[in-house]
Ligand binder design. Structure first.
Ligand SMILES: [Cu+2]
Length: 132
């Protein structure tokens, strides 16, 4: 019975590799939001995409010290993808002062490259998550 179960599991893994979770521990990988960009370091200069492993969680961190809670529209951001797998942080206001962060997280379970943008700033503030 165990042999049959093992063989069946292996066949499913061979046919549908994207459905089988990657081995190892899932990680949380941060993407930072500042200067109307998404990037991999706390202070953004240009948009940067990120590569993660299936099962990992991406946590967007909005900690731009130039934006405070009552800042102008330019400090409002979203993390938005409208096609599958869709996700939307909703409006993320300014972090409310240095030392306070606003975050949004999503776990990626399927392989692929998933573009997203800030719905306030459009393509100027856009990047992608590549899931291996
Ligand atoms: Cu934005």
């Amino acid at each position: 019975m165990a042999r049959i179960l093992f063989a069946a599991t292996m066949s499913i893994a061979a046919l549908f590799p994207a459905l089988i979770p990657a081995p190892g521990h899932a990680a949380t990988v941060q993407v930072f939001m500042s200067n109307t960009r998404f990037c991999n370091t706390p202070v953004c200069v240009v948009n940067e995409s990120i590569t993660v492993t299936r099962g990992d969680t991406v946590q967007w961190v909005y900690a731009d010290p130039a934006c405070t809670a009552l800042a102008a529209l330019g400090c409002l951001h979203t993390v938005t993808r409208t096609t599958s797998p869709a996700f939307n942080s909703g409006a993320m206001p300014g972090p409310g002062g240095v030392g306070t962060t606003v975050t949004f997280s999503r776990t990626f379970t399927a392989a692929g490259t998933f573009g997203y943008l800030c719905s306030v700033h459009g393509s100027m503030m856009s990047a992608s998550v590549r899931v291996l």
